[in-house]
Each structure stands twice: as C-alpha cells, then as structure tokens.
Ligand binder design. Structure first.
Ligand code: 5GP
Ligand code: ZN
Length: 108
C-alpha cells in the first residue's frame, strides 16, 4: 500500500534491520527500541489493524505468534512481552498490523 512505512520496508524502499523473513512475514528491529530486544513481526499483507482482520487471516495471525516464539528463542529470551496496539487511542502509530516482541526489561 502506498504511503505505508511497513509496506515500504517490505518492498525494500526503506531499509530495516531484518531478523526473519518468509513468504508471508517479515521481522525487523524497531527503530526506537523500548527494550534491549524490540522486534516487530509484520505480515507482508497490508492489514491496517486487528480491527481489520478477517476469517481468512486466521492462519497468518497464528504464524505471527509462532514467528515471535522462534525469534524469542533465537534471542535466548526466557520471558518476554508480546504487544499489539490497536487504533490511535490504543497507541497504534503505524497503520499496518504488527506484533511487538519485547524483552522483559521493556518500558511499556
Ligand atoms: P505502534 O505504535 O504502531 O504499535 O508501533 C510502531 C512502531 O514502529 C514503533 O515502535 C516505532 O518505533 C516503529 N517504527 C516506526 N517507523 C519505523 C521505521 O521506519 N523503521 C523501523 N524499524 N521501525 C519503525
Ligand atoms: Zn502496509
């Protein structure tokens, strides 16, 4: 989608430090980390937010959590936080669905 920062990262227009990628997902380090480890897990499909999820996205959402589990393990995180902000009032600044993976020292 035009003018979406995360779509631009996905199509390579904007650089990001990627830690994981497959056909459906990409994960990269947050540019303004709120914890020692702060990674964003992002579907390649442009979905605005949790509010915009549809039945067809069920498997994709599950895959986001499994990617988070794998990335946390790769980073030797014993405990961690998974956060999804929804809507402006919920603290969502980028209108492309993403899962925050934060190490336990997070300031949130
Ligand atoms: P939200 O507030 O929408 O849940 O989270 C958006 C996150 O995206 C923020 O933590 C912010 O630091 C991060 N972010 C915004 N723009 C960029 C960018 O261009 N590159 C990267 N790597 N992260 C970004
Ligand atoms: Zn997008």
């Amino acid at each position: 989608m035009e003018d979406c920062i995360f779509c631009k990262i996905i199509n390579g227009e904007i650089p990001a430090s990627k830690v994981f990628e497959n056909e459906r997902l990409v994960a990269f380090n947050d540019i303004n980390p709120k914890a020692r480890v702060h990674i964003l897990i992002v579907p390649k499909k442009h979905i605005e937010s949790v509010k915009h999820l549809e039945e067809i996205d069920k498997e994709l959402v599950g895959e986001m959590f499994l990617a988070a589990q794998k990335i946390a393990k790769d980073n030797n995180l014993e405990g961690y936080k998974l956060v999804v902000n929804v809507g402006r009032e919920g603290g969502q600044l980028v209108d492309h669905l993403h899962l925050h993976l934060l190490s336990a020292d997070a300031i949130i």
